[in-house]
Write a protein that binds this ligand. Structure first.
Ligand SMILES: O=P(O)(O)O[C@@H]1[C@@H](OP(=O)(O)O)[C@H](OP(=O)(O)O)[C@H](O)[C@H](OP(=O)(O)O)[C@H]1OP(=O)(O)O
Ligand SMILES: Nc1ncnc2c1ncn2[C@@H]1O[C@H](COP(=O)(O)OP(=O)(O)OP(=O)(O)O)[C@@H](O)[C@H]1O
Length: 395
């Protein structure tokens, strides 16, 4: 079980780092050695299960080397208020609709990926790869055959009017050219799907004044002379390094395999099972989730598995698949003098880097969202058909 630390003495020491839809993350800058190079993750929502226990016991067995350790940290109302003030003028406008849930008197600390190699300088690339496969389920209605040609992300981008050329099937492909193209597309896509951090500071890629500072910082970091002309070469080095790291690490293969196995029926099949059981209390406690993971691992480990999967197991696996389709990769790199025995890569200029790869945002999703996921799926497909989308995403 995790240690519970009281850090009410460190209220001044948390600095806003970043946030998503459900959590705000702060980096520690105080003198407590237990908290040095850690981040604190605070929820904006209400969770029924302790996130760190769900991640440790239900997710880690599926993704062992890539899961961070989370420690529960008790926080006083005063610390939470101080943190709220610290965040006040740093949060992006589009996230201001929700606040830290001040009634939850704890947060979770984990290694700070943006200071992973501290005191050595660390560049961190955060990528949300999204859905790595196309569904192939007999439950998909014949009018929706587009789902077997075009991936969910590409159809969803069209619905959201998101200007991007990124296709997740490229980043999951293992083909170096496609992987690099995917990263370059993400570097050119506005939004939060790819973020860069240098020693705990987010580097803006798209606001014109900030973008030139970013290219200068990156140019210095990579040892290139910063100029407009060099900007593209810095981005090329980043996409090349990320591709090399992803080639070494099988994290995306594993993520894709799990996403696919947990979603064999597609939401069109899942909704039928959900409706059948909707009168029942479907919520699981931690032990229930550990059982779901263990059943899944047994099935994955048995290539000749021909048994029928229990319907409720299908529902829970689908919920797991939604977590795995929404998590993010943190790739931290730091220059080193020569190759180390493990975890190193080099760019085309024979500069060596050590790296670390972890997955973040592996929280449990609410099973009650299944009807919403179904509705969204139907809207995505309807929009794709109405707009006559016909490009093919290759796995
Ligand atoms: O449905 P999607 O694919 O748009 O995913 C949502 C994400 O949107 P994205 O497309 O990645 O920008 C969305 O991310 P953003 O808020 O857009 O950064 C959330 O991660 C959301 O999950 P939750 O409601 O916080 O548990 C995600 O919702 P879930 O579908 O995982 O419930
Ligand atoms: N261990 C970590 N080290 C460094 N930065 C982190 C770490 N964990 C989270 N972050 C940063 O904080 C942001 C928000 O965290 P997280 O993705 O867990 O939030 P979320 O609200 O659950 O996301 P989503 O919108 O996908 O639901 C991340 O996108 C990342 O930039």
């Amino acid at each position: 079980m995790s240690i519970v630390t009281n850090c009410s003495d460190s209220q001044e020491s948390w600095t806003y780092l970043s946030e998503g839809n459900a959590n705000i993350v702060l980096t520690y800058s105080g003198s407590n050695p237990l908290l040095r190079n850690t981040v604190l993750r605070l929820s904006k929502t209400t969770n029924t299960l302790d996130s760190h226990l769900f991640i440790k016991y239900a997710i880690e067995p599926l993704l062992t080397p890539w899961v961070l350790t989370y420690t529960k940290i008790n926080l006083s109302p005063l610390v939470l208020q101080t943190i709220g003030l610290e965040c006040f003028d740093k949060r992006p406008a589009h996230r201001l609709g929700s606040e830290i849930n001040q009634s939850i008197l704890w947060g979770y600390s984990s290694p700070d990926m943006t200071h992973y190699f501290a005191p050595a300088s660390t560049l961190t690339i955060e990528i949300k790869p999204k859905w790595g496969f196309k569904p192939n389920s007999s439950h998909i209605s014949e009018h929706h055959s587009i789902k077997q040609r075009m991936c969910r992300y590409c159809m969803h981008s069209n619905l959201k009017k998101l200007e991007t050329l990124y296709c997740p099937l490229d980043i999951y492909s293992k083909d170096p050219i496609r992987v690099r193209r995917a990263i370059e597309c993400l570097l050119n896509t506005k939004g939060d799907q790819l973020r860069l951090f240098l020693d705990g500071k987010r580097l803006e890629l798209h606001q014109s004044t900030q973008a030139s500072i970013t290219s200068q910082l990156l140019g210095n970091w990579f040892g290139a002379k910063a100029s407009d002309e060099k900007e593209s070469s810095v981005m090329t080095i980043i996409s090349e390094l990320v591709q090399k790291v992803l080639d070494e690490e099988v994290v995306l293969n594993r993520l894709k395999l799990l996403q696919k196995h947990c979603d064999e029926l597609d939401v069109e099949g899942i909704i039928k099972i959900y409706e059948k059981y909707s009168q029942m209390d479907l919520e699981l406690d931690l032990e229930g989730w550990i059982g779901v993971t263990s059943n899944l691992l047994k099935r994955l480990g048995d290539k000749d598995y021909t048994g029928v999967v229990d319907e409720r197991q299908r529902l829970y696996e689908y919920v797991l698949s939604m977590t795995l389709k929404d998590c993010s990769l943190m790739i931290s790199i730091s220059e080193q003098d020569e190759p180390s025995p493990v975890y190193w890569c080099r760019d085309n200029r024979y500069v060596y880097y050590q790296y670390a790869v972890k997955l973040i945002d592996l929280d449990l999703k609410d099973i009650k969202k299944i009807p919403k996921w179904f509705d969204l799926d139907q809207r995505i497909v309807k929009n794709a058909i109405q707009h006559g989308l016909d490009s093919i995403c290759n796995e």
